[in-house]
Write a protein that binds this ligand. Structure first.
Ligand code: 5AD
Ligand code: SF4
Length: 442
């Protein structure tokens, strides 16, 4: 096909790594339909917003993006605007978008992904908006992927979630757990290795549940062991782990596996057993801290990051103090903090909110002050040590510097004018900041 006859698409992705992966699938499907990616919405014949529903903030972002794109539709009457993903898998949000933004041509949920090519054809022919928020999970395993990077790739291993944490919308918008067949994942990983990929991140809402629904005795550790033996790969990561399912066997597997990176993203959400109970997390602060101790004993130097929800319904000052105490004890390399945001259909949305927004913000600031100090202290303890980096490219703010990641997932900047993207580099850490490190090539 001649380049000038190709249609152009512009995609915005909100939310988590699974959504980024979905956008790579959308990109591949569009490209096989003759669309080329462009970097500005103004140049596009098709705009897709891949939405997130986990908190209110990313949902608000959709309305502000659509406000901007409305004007483009005035200029280009043939422009197709499509909104998909987790937010639009919810019937009320999907109808709100369709009715409030009447210029939107297509609203599709996460389960409609395999049907997207036909839906776009329908949208371009129809005068009224097309809506597909069906609950049918079609097999999405054979869909193509257009990877955003040439050396690191997302690899989903399990879709959906069965945990129903009381605050979380994910089980409602991503459905129940479906593990991908073992051999499909291994074949994908081998293919990536053959194509020169160095790093793979295994994705799932709860990777530790991998295999539970397959009933063939195969679990997450078996998968890790098998991928660890694939020739050509250099690093394997995984996210996210649920603390209730993280076993000693898994920690041992990571400790032994040469390619398995020593980084655990292990969201704790709260340090108060009362709040953890209300959240339906199925572990206690004591069990969580014991897990951290086991990781640190078995894998010295492992990094641990976490997520915290601030201001869950009923969280009082002493619950919050327990979260601060847990963080002091766990000493996370980093912890991402989120103000609680009620989500439709969830059990917590029916609980009475007890805090004002100002009180939640005050706790968020106090939490971040404690965590940032710990992050900086941990980074300072690394000054003088050496690290292997997989270089991601020139640093965003300074082209004279390159940026890479350690196996423990820390960002390190180092001076070098040549582009070392996709190379490994050994550095000595010379400076610590709260969010990243500075090093020098050895
Ligand atoms: N409100 C605030 N934060 C939430 N998260 C999930 N649901 C909510 C919610 N309703 C956070 C959790 C989770 C991360 C991805 O987002 O901390 O680990
Ligand atoms: Fe949401 Fe809990 Fe499932 Fe994570 S484990 S996606 S927080 S329900």
């Amino acid at each position: 096909m001649n380049n000038s006859t190709l249609k152009k698409y512009f995609q915005v992705t909100l939310g988590c790594q699974m959504n980024e992966h979905d956008s790579e699938v959308i990109a591949a499907m569009l490209e096989s339909k003759g669309y080329n990616p462009v970097s500005s919405a103004e140049d596009a014949d098709l705009i897709i917003i891949n939405t997130c529903a986990v908190r209110k903030k990313p949902e608000d972002k959709v309305a502000s993006l659509l406000g901007k794109y409305a004007a483009l539709k005035e200029i280009n009457k043939n422009l197709i605007i499509a909104v998909g993903g987790c937010m639009t898998q919810q019937s009320d949000a999907a109808h709100y978008i369709k009715d409030r933004f009447h210029f939107v041509d297509l609203v599709f949920g996460t389960h409609a992904l395999p049907r997207l090519p036909e839906l776009i054809d329908q949208a371009s022919e129809s005068k009224s908006a097309i809506l597909d928020i069906s609950e049918d999970y079609l097999d999405r395993d054979k869909l193509p992927v257009s990877h955003g990077s040439s050396f690191k790739a997302w690899l989903p291993i399990i879709y959906g979630c069965n945990n129903y944490c009381s605050y979380c919308v994910v089980p409602f918008v991503r459905g129940s757990e479906r593990s991908r067949p073992f051999h499909d994942i291994i074949n994908d990983a081998k293919q990536l290795a053959e194509n020169g990929y160095l790093e793979i991140t295994l994705l799932g809402q709860n990777v530790n549940s991998y295999g539970n629904d397959l009933n063939n005795g195969v679990g997450f550790t078996d998968l890790l062991k098998e991928i660890n033996s694939i020739e050509g790969l250099r690093r394997i990561r995984f996210m996210t782990s649920h603390p209730k399912d993280l076993s000693v066997k898994l920690i041992e597997t990571i400790a032994m596996g040469e390619l398995l990176c020593e980084h655990f993203h292990l969201p704790v959400q709260s340090g108060s057993n009362r709040i953890l109970g209300l959240m339906n997390r199925k572990y206690t602060k004591e069990k969580y801290l014991n897990l951290i101790k086991e990781i640190k004993d078995m894998i010295p130097g492992a990094s641990i990051t976490s997520d915290i929800i601030i201001g869950f319904p009923g969280e009082n000052e002493s619950d919050f103090q327990e979260t601060l105490n847990l963080v002091q004890e766990a000493r996370f390399d980093n912890a991402f903090s989120f103000i609680y945001s009620p989500r439709n259909n969830t059990a917590a949305a029916k609980m009475k909110e007890t805090l004002s927004h100002a009180e939640k913000e005050d706790r968020l600031l106090r939490f971040n002050e404690v965590q940032h100090k710990i992050s900086k202290e941990i980074n300072l303890s690394l000054v003088g040590s050496t690290a292997e980096l997989l270089v991601e490219g020139p640093s965003k703010n300074n082209p004279e510097q390159q940026t890479g990641r350690t196996r423990t997932n820390k960002l390190v900047h180092f001076s070098h004018s040549e582009d070392l993207t996709a190379n490994f580099a050994e550095v000595i850490i010379t400076e610590a900041r709260t969010w990243n490190l500075v090093g020098e090539l050895e």
